[in-house]
Ligand binder design. Structure first.
Ligand code: UDX
Length: 444
């Protein structure tokens, strides 16, 4: 639903607080600062705040540092002092909701942030929950803030790591969930904040708290189902001579299906999909139901590293002492994030079989994080060429297109065995075969 500019009661010189300077909070802070708001990024972690104030970002994400340098100290300030909230018309809560041991979303950081914000809230301020939270959480937040004269709004984020700034400014949709969507005060405040997006193709979805909360889980879980569906099909392709990449192309031409998120390979990882899929399954359980499709998607995804690893082991026979060149470390390209990374899972499997591992990722931060996990158990290399030298097999674990730009003719001279297992179907099969490589993709 699109709202019209002139229907909105404007708040001039709006000041905004963003609680949490992690992945979501940091992008929200620099994004809103670029749009022109006075933004306070608040975090309890003094080191993070110090780092941000010196112009450095604690994560690896394209374009963020540039924006930070441009606005920091001007209309963007980072602080540990919650007093800044006293001046703010809107407070975005962007703290983590990690997975608990039982699979549910752990809300301790969220509720603690809400309690910390409470004493400082200005009259009529709007508290906006951006963190991914199970259905019913915004209602609980409102209960916690019942003595304050403030509105609570659900506004889930849909940013992808590696392209978060681009996603922020080109978002397909802005979802806003209200206690009462017919009341205009909170709605006007949010529409005012997101006015920048009116003339773009952005759709505004104005709904209630529960629907907004579910839209986030449903979107991530649906995409996870899409990926697992293709991965399941890829197993059949392996047996019947079909090529899953061609099948995906054919399916994707149908606008009802869409061309994205049809890539079979090692499956989904990262900080969101596995956690959100589990949390949604738990929400079904809590309502005495079973999420059959989502559970199946999760099961298919869980077995993929084993399926892939077994194919490599079968071909190499004995892995002990074999040199494995693992290209890609992070859970996806252009990030330093190793959380639930299929590449990391595979490395553990090879190490268990006493193979020697060398690895590479185009993002330096990803390799630093790999070093923290593996120490000297694996060799971290600076280039693809260094990684593949003497390799008995090359494994592609992260879907970097850039691997295609490497010199495969030269790589063919460096390796011990011309053998590639492409866990992401990203390499140009014809090109590597031309240089004598035996190539195994997934479902091709
Ligand atoms: C995801 C959602 O896309 C985003 O909207 C939400 O806000 C956070 O979670 P992100 O975790 O950054 O974003 O990664 P995404 O690009 O969605 O990829 C997730 C995983 O799926 C990666 O491991 C990727 O390798 C895998 N994937 C993706 C596939 O295996 N096949 C595909 O076709 C697409």
């Amino acid at each position: 639903m699109h709202e019209k500019k002139n229907e909105i009661t404007r708040v001039d010189k709006m000041k905004i607080a963003v609680i949490g300077t992690g992945y979501v909070g940091l992008i929200q802070s620099v994004g809103l600062a670029k749009i022109g708001f006075d933004v306070f990024g608040i975090d309890i972690d003094e080191n993070k705040i110090k780092m941000l104030n010196s112009g450095k970002i604690p994560i690896w994400e394209k374009d963020v540092e540039e924006l930070l340098k441009k606005y920091n100290g001007k209309n963007l300030k980072f602080t540990t002092d919650f007093n800044a909230i006293k001046e703010c018309d809107a407070v975005f809560i962007c703290v983590g909701t990690p997975q608990s041991d039982d699979g549910t979303a752990d809300l301790k950081y969220l509720f603690s942030a809400v309690e910390s914000v409470k004493p400082y809230l200005k009259k009529n301020a709007v508290v906006v929950i951006k963190s991914t939270v199970p259905v019913g959480t915004n209602r609980k937040v409102k209960e916690l803030l019942k003595e304050c004269k403030c509105d609570v709004v659900s506004n889930p984020e849909f940013l992808k790591e590696g392209s978060a700034i681009k996603d922020f400014f080109n978002t397909d949709r802005i979802v806003l969930g209200f206690e009462d969507k017919t009341k205009h005060e909170a709605r006007d405040r949010l529409m005012n904040i997101y006015e920048y997006f009116y003339n773009k193709k952005t759709k505004f979805i104005i709904t209630n708290w529960e629907s907004a909360e579910l839209i986030k889980y449903a979107s991530n879980s649906f995409l996870a189902v899409k990926i697992s569906f293709m991965n399941e099909l890829s197993h059949l392709c392996n047996c019947i001579g079909a090529d899953i990449t061609e099948v995906a192309k054919g399916m994707g031409c149908d606008k009802r299906i869409g061309e994205h998120f049809l890539n079979a390979g090692l499956g989904y990882g990262g900080s969101c999909f596995p956690k959100d899929v589990n949390a949604l399954m738990k929400q079904f359980c809590q309502n005495d139901m079973e999420a059959k499709i989502i559970t199946a998607a999760d099961n298919v995804n869980s077995e993929l590293p084993d399926v892939f690893f077994n194919r490599v082991s079968k071909r190499l026979k004995n892995l002990e002492g074999k040199n494995i060149a693992c290209l890609g470390v992070a859970f996806k390209p252009n990030t330093d994030d190793l959380r639930d990374s299929r590449a990391v899972e595979l490395k553990h499997k090879f190490l268990n079989k006493k193979a020697n591992i060398k690895c590479f990722d185009y993002v330096g931060g990803a390799m630093d994080n790999a070093e923290k996990i593996f120490g000297d158990k694996i060799k971290i290399c600076k280039t693809v060429n260094e990684t593949v030298e003497g390799a008995d097999a090359i494994i592609i674990a992260t879907e970097y297109d850039e691997f295609n730009d490497e010199d495969w003719e030269y790589i063919a001279e460096l390796v011990n065995e011309k053998l590639i297992f492409d866990g992401r179907n990203i390499l140009d099969e014809k090109k590597v075969k031309k240089h004598g490589f035996e190539y195994y993709g997934v479902g091709r």
